[in-house]
Design a protein around this ligand. Structure first.
Ligand SMILES: *[C@@H]1O[C@H](CO)[C@@H](O)[C@H](O)[C@H]1NC(C)=O
Length: 289
């Protein structure tokens, strides 16, 4: 019995020591896991340095010089300008010839612009919108069909969801006060449903003023590289300067299909020059013409 006891005691002391070490290691691992879970400890990760959604100064504004040899359409490139609202500029979307074609097509038919009355759904005169304009029917000719196809490729929204192109002319002092492109009434959404996105094409340069301004955009809009070139009105929000051939795409609805109030936008008064633009409103459903 005594012999058995002596042999039995020796190894059991050793094994209880290693059990203790293992138990401590396990406890330490749990402690690390708990600290990781609580976020007190962290594994270094590059995503911690990712820019915040509305940090407009972190957006890359690439400058591309337009060479005189490439007069056809210039360089095409897309510039993200904001996440709230979702807005991008497609540079040199239209050629100079296409811009001139649209202007000449609409020029003889320009009428004082109206706004849609949200109660009756009818158009009416308005002091908030002092431009003149006209509609160009969807698919009316080859050049317009080409442009409408390009808009569909750019937005991923079918040609059939688009309203006819609207041509607008703003002279010195003319403007469009900030508004939403989406409707708040039943009448205007019967055909095609809500407006989901807008493509605004600039058909002319404007010497001064005439910016498209988003006064409700999120972020520090004075961090845009062209801040010093903006008019007082343009400095009232995130602004895009009109440039012949450029197209501005912005979304009136968020990815979850709710209306986006940050899409509030206006046309600043033209100070010097003339502003010609063309607008394509795109619906959530097919729009019958
Ligand atoms: C906004 O951006 C401008 C230009 O980058 C900077 O000078 C200014 O301090 C910023 N303002 C705020 C409130 O961060």
């Amino acid at each position: 019995m005594a012999v058995k006891g002596r042999y039995g005691r020796g190894p059991s002391r050793k094994s209880s020591q290693s059990t203790l070490v293992i138990a401590m290691l396990i406890m330490l691992s749990f402690l690390i896991l708990i600290l990781l879970a609580l976020g007190i400890l962290s594994i270094p990760s590059t995503s911690r340095n990712a820019p915040k959604a509305n940090d407009l100064s972190s957006m890359v504004h690439t400058t591309v010089e337009r060479s005189d040899e490439d007069e056809e359409r210039g360089d095409h490139w897309v510039e993200l300008i904001s996440w709230e609202p979702r807005a991008v500029i497609y540079h040199n979307f239209l050629s100079k010839e296409e811009c001139e074609y649209l202007i000449n097509l609409g020029k003889p038919h320009m009428k004082k612009s109206t706004v849609v009355d949200s109660e009756t759904g009818k158009s009416r005169d308005s002091r908030v919108r002092t431009s003149s304009g006209t509609f160009l029917a969807r698919g009316r000719d080859k050049i317009i069909r080409d442009i409408e196809k390009r808009i569909a490729d750019f937005t991923f929204l079918p040609v059939e969801h688009g309203e006819g192109l609207q041509l607008l002319h703003y002279e010195v002092g003319q403007k469009y006060e900030p508004h939403y492109d989406y409707f708040l009434d039943e009448f205007n959404t019967k055909n095609g449903g809500q407006r989901i996105a807008t493509v605004l094409m600039y058909l002319s340069d404007v010497e001064e003023g005439g910016e498209t301004v988003f006064p409700a955009a999120k972020g520090n809009f004075s961090s845009v590289p062209w801040w010093n070139e903006l008019s007082e009105c343009g400095k009232g929000g995130l602004s895009v300067k009109p440039k012949m051939g450029d197209a501005l795409l912005f979304w009136s609805m968020k990815p979850d299909a709710t209306l986006d109030p940050s899409s509030l936008h206006g046309g600043c008064p033209v100070i010097r020059g003339n502003k010609w633009s063309s607008t394509k409103w795109i619906r959530v459903n097919e729009y019958n013409i």
